[in-house]
Design a protein around this ligand. Structure first.
Ligand SMILES: Nc1ncnc2c1ncn2[C@@H]1O[C@H](COP(=O)(O)OP(=O)(O)OP(=O)(O)O)[C@@H](O)[C@H]1O
Length: 322
């Protein structure tokens, strides 16, 4: 598919005080590189959605600046801005009396695309999110499962080929199994489209799974830590972060640490379970536990490069702890 370039986003000293309400965002600065997927996580009410909605001007900041592609959003035409920014939310407003195809075609129609071009785009997008235009395109939203509706929401948000995609808890309304599948599909989709994505979730596991980076926020959108999932799990900067990511962060960090961190050893003779060099430490450990030799052999193109014991895996996990 055609892919518009992704755009960087910059928040500079952003503050939001709601009329008659308290401070939702006190003073937030954040740099998001083009093509990066950043998850905003934090407890309920800490200001995540407010931050997201200021990026596309659904909410105006009280002070501070927000730049998309270097341009100050407060001086952009909001309609033009939202055309370049896809937005997708939890219980999305899909239009109930329009078919799936018509829903996805909303923005292309607003942009005045001709019918053929819009139809082609709808087909391409439904295909991209794993729906069949022939089967699902003619249905109405209530004739879809929750997971399918979320996919339509993502397709619709991508319709005008935005440079930024904002997603507010897009997968939280579906059951855990469908959710895992959607997350996986979503990662594949992102590998394909390469948008800059800001993603709000209260689920740390989801943030770890999806984010290139995670911004952990506490009350009033205070930035407790901003880093890769591995950094956040291994070296939480504040007690808030370590509590928020949970007591099992050691186990979680296994799955975000690649085998490149591990020092391979020569294996004793025997039938060791194997794992490919592209795997992570969690996969290596679970293969090791499947076998009986106490080692796992790391292979590349079918050849063993060496092996790891459980202690080696433990050392690799802590190899660059500060
Ligand atoms: N329109 C509004 N007027 C006044 N206060 C508001 C308004 N919208 C949100 N707030 C307040 O601002 C704070 C941040 O809300 P926000 O929805 O951004 O949090 P959140 O982290 O997204 O929460 P959740 O995870 O529960 O959705 C909350 O204290 C909320 O009550």
């Amino acid at each position: 598919m055609s892919s518009a370039t992704a755009a960087p986003i910059r928040l500079d000293g952003v503050e939001k005080i709601y009329d008659g309400g308290g401070t939702a965002v006190a003073d937030l600065s954040l740099d998001i590189a083009a093509g990066e997927l950043v998850a905003l996580v934090g407890p309920s009410g800490c200001g995540k959605s407010t931050v997201l909605r200021m990026i596309n001007r659904l909410i105006e900041p009280t002070s501070g600046s927000i730049y998309v592609d270097g341009e100050d959003v407060t001086s952009s035409d909001p309609v033009e801005l939202r055309r370049r920014i896809g937005y997708c939310i939890q219980h999305i407003g899909l239009f109930p009396h329009q078919t799936v195809a018509a829903n996805v075609a909303t923005v292309p129609r607003l942009l005045g695309w001709d019918r053929d071009k819009a139809t082609e785009r709808v087909e391409e997008l439904l295909d991209l999110v794993g729906l069949d235009v022939g089967i699902h395109g003619k249905r109405y939203p209530h004739q879809l499962s929750g997971g399918q509706r979320q996919r339509v929401g993502v397709a619709r948000a991508l319709a005008a080929d935005p440079v930024v995609l904002l997603m507010d808890e897009p997968f939280s309304a579906v059951d855990p199994i469908a959710r895992g599948r959607l997350q996986e599909e979503f990662l594949r989709l992102q590998a394909d489209v390469g948008k800059t994505i800001v993603f709000v979730t209260h689920d740390v596991d989801e943030a770890i799974r999806l984010g290139d980076k995670i911004a952990v926020l506490s009350n009033e959108a205070k930035l407790e830590q901003y880093g890769t999932p591995a950094e956040i799990l291994r070296r939480p900067k504040t007690s808030f972060v370590s509590e928020f990511v949970g007591a099992d962060r050691g186990v979680k960090s296994l799955s975000v640490t690649g085998l490149a961190q591990a020092q391979l050893r020569e294996l004793p003779p025997g039938e060791h379970p194997t794992v490919t060099s592209a795997a992570n430490l969690r996969e290596a450990l679970s293969r090791l536990l499947d076998g009986e030799t106490g080692f796992v052999s790391v292979t590349e193109s079918g050849h063993s490069l060496g092996g790891l014991s459980a202690d080696d895996i433990y050392r690799a996990l802590h190899s660059d702890d500060g």
